[in-house]
Design a protein around this ligand. Sequence first.
Ligand SMILES: [Zn+2]
Length: 172
Amino acid sequence: MPKIKHNDHPLVVAKKSKIHGYGCYARTDIKKGKRVMEYVGPLITKKEAAKALDAQNEYIFTLNDKFDIDGSVDYNIARYINHSCDPNCESDIKNDRVWLYTIRDVKEGEELTYNYGYDLEDFEYRTCKCGTTNCIGYMVAEDDFDKVRAMTDLADMAEKKKKRKPKKKKSK
Ligand SMILES: [Zn+2]
């Protein structure tokens, strides 16, 4: 885990999370519909993004048809926001900028989460530890929850040995 160098966001503080690694926690109560922060980083081509994923970079965000964002930079505090099956935030792309905003009222001290929008490919290697009562056990886009639930051989798949590769995050 890289050192946090810019932990001075007015609304959130990054610290150890029960879900995974570091997480972003609300410093104060945040109302529903509030733009909390931007997911920032250099723009990279799809080719560069593919290379970054091969190199285990877990912070690539799909921006548009041409570019992705490499969010693995120190100044991108949003990279610490964890995935959840029942999140309190959502990502949204406006004018080629990615924003995280609250989809319900958030209490001071609550961990901020959003759904990373991962597709189903190799989902069985991305287990979810969000801990919500609605957790389906894997990190996938909400649209695919039903498909995942419908699969009966999850236990067998989890046994498969295959190299885990990071995925691009996507806005809804
Ligand atoms: Zn979950």
